[in-house]
Design a protein around this ligand. Sequence first.
Ligand SMILES: CC(C)(COP(=O)(O)OP(=O)(O)OC[C@H]1O[C@@H](n2cnc3c(N)ncnc32)[C@H](O)[C@@H]1OP(=O)(O)O)[C@@H](O)C(=O)NCCC(=O)NCCS
Length: 202
Amino acid sequence: MHVTTLFDRPDAPMEAVVRRSWPDWMFGAEGADLLGIVRRFPRHQVILFEGSELVAVGNSVPLAQVPDALPDDGWDWALRSAAPGPHRCALAVSVLPTHRGRGLSSQVLRAFGPTLVPVRPNGFTGGDFAEHVAATRGDGLPVDPWLRTHVRLGGRVEGVCSRSMTLRASPDAWEGWDRSGLLAELTPDGVYVEPNVWVRHG
Ligand SMILES: CC(C)(COP(=O)(O)OP(=O)(O)OC[C@H]1O[C@@H](n2cnc3c(N)ncnc32)[C@H](O)[C@@H]1OP(=O)(O)O)[C@@H](O)C(=O)NCCC(=O)NCCS
């Protein structure tokens, strides 16, 4: 296994791995241009190879400033605010479906170092979001699998960002997509507003 950055391997098929790791809606719907924006900051894109195959990617952006009160539109704010500076915000970790369940995402998260993350608690299936985020197991770690990974690595939960990512598409387009992984209901006119939880590493 080899962890490096897009700066060192500009030839790596980063975008292909990200697109193959997410359901259609993530890049089919209109929203902040993750892949276009992160390309501007190759040193902030973590890539993980097994042999010659790129199998996992971590996208992040630098930030010049971070307000004391972390924004309620976490993901969208970070992409809008991306600019050279001392802070970092991690936006997505993508592990190829064939390589999941082996902790590769933790290798990617470690490579980020100190960073903010608007985490999408991927075990949320409805009900009260804040309660889901706060729910812990007998060992004190979060019930939610992806949030648990962050907390196990030392991440501190700072609070909910309730409208972190907004995506828009026609209701017909949504109808045609595999909608697995959505964390919130769509509005009748096809707007998706995803809640996340702010986590700080380091
Ligand atoms: C989320 C993702 C990055 C996790 O990558 P991974 O390297 O396979 O994760 P891990 O092997 O470290 O597993 C992480 C935790 O999730 C759990 N988990 C893994 N697959 C699971 C599944 N299908 N359902 C429920 N929990 C699952 C694991 O048990 C582990 O928790 P534990 O070790 O405390 O039991 C990967 O599934 C992925 O790329 N998903 C699509 C993109 C995405 O949602 N990214 C995260 C938001 S940015």
